[in-house]
Design a protein. Sequence first.
Length: 221
Amino acid sequence: MDLGNIQQLLDSNDYGDRLSGLNFLRDLPIKDSFKMIFPLLKDTNVRVRYAAVSQMDSLGQADLEKSLEILRDILANDPEIDVKAAAADALAGLRLKDAYEDLLRAYEQSSEWLLQFSILAALGELGDPRSFDLLKDALSSPNELYRTAAISSLGELSDPRAIPLLLEFLEDEDWQIRHRLAQALGYFQALETKTALEKLALDPFEQVASEAKHSLQRLLQ
C-alpha cells in the first residue's frame, strides 16, 4: 500500500481504519512512519494510542530527542495505564537513559500494578545502573510478578552486586522464578553463577533445566 492510502487510513474517523494504517507503517521508511505516527500518539481512542505508542520502540530511532520528549509526556499524562506502560517499554527499548528519573517517578507515584511491573521489566533493557537499588527492593516484594521482573532486569544490568541477591532464589519453590533465574544468571561470568546454573540444569522442571543449559552454553561462547 502506498503512502497516500496509508495516510488516508490514519486520517479516517473509523478507529479500525486507523489501527490498520498503523500496521502498514511498519512497511514504510522509518522517517516517513515517524512523522505519520505523531497524531495517533494522542488519538482519542485508547486502542489506537496504545498501538501507536507500542511502535515507538522502533520508529523512535528516527529522532531520539523528539521521542524522549513525547514519551515522557505520555508516561506522565496519558489517562490510561496500559498506554503509560507502553511508553515505559518504548523508552527502555530506545535506551533513553535520560528518562530514568521519569520512570522512577512514575513507579513511585503509581499504585497500578501493571505500570509498576512494566517499569521493573523495562529497567533491564534501559541499562541504567541507577536502577539497581529499585530492582533490589523489588526482589522483596510480596508480588511475584514484581520479583520475576526484577530478577530478569538485574540479569540484564549485569551488575555483579546482584549475584548474591539472585542466588537467594536458587531454591525458590516456584519453578517460574527458577526459570527466570536461569535466564538472568547467564549474563554473569562468575564461578558462583556457573555453579548455580549447573544445579539448575538438573531441575525437575524441563523448562528450568533447558534454560539453565542454554545459559551455560552462552557463558562458554
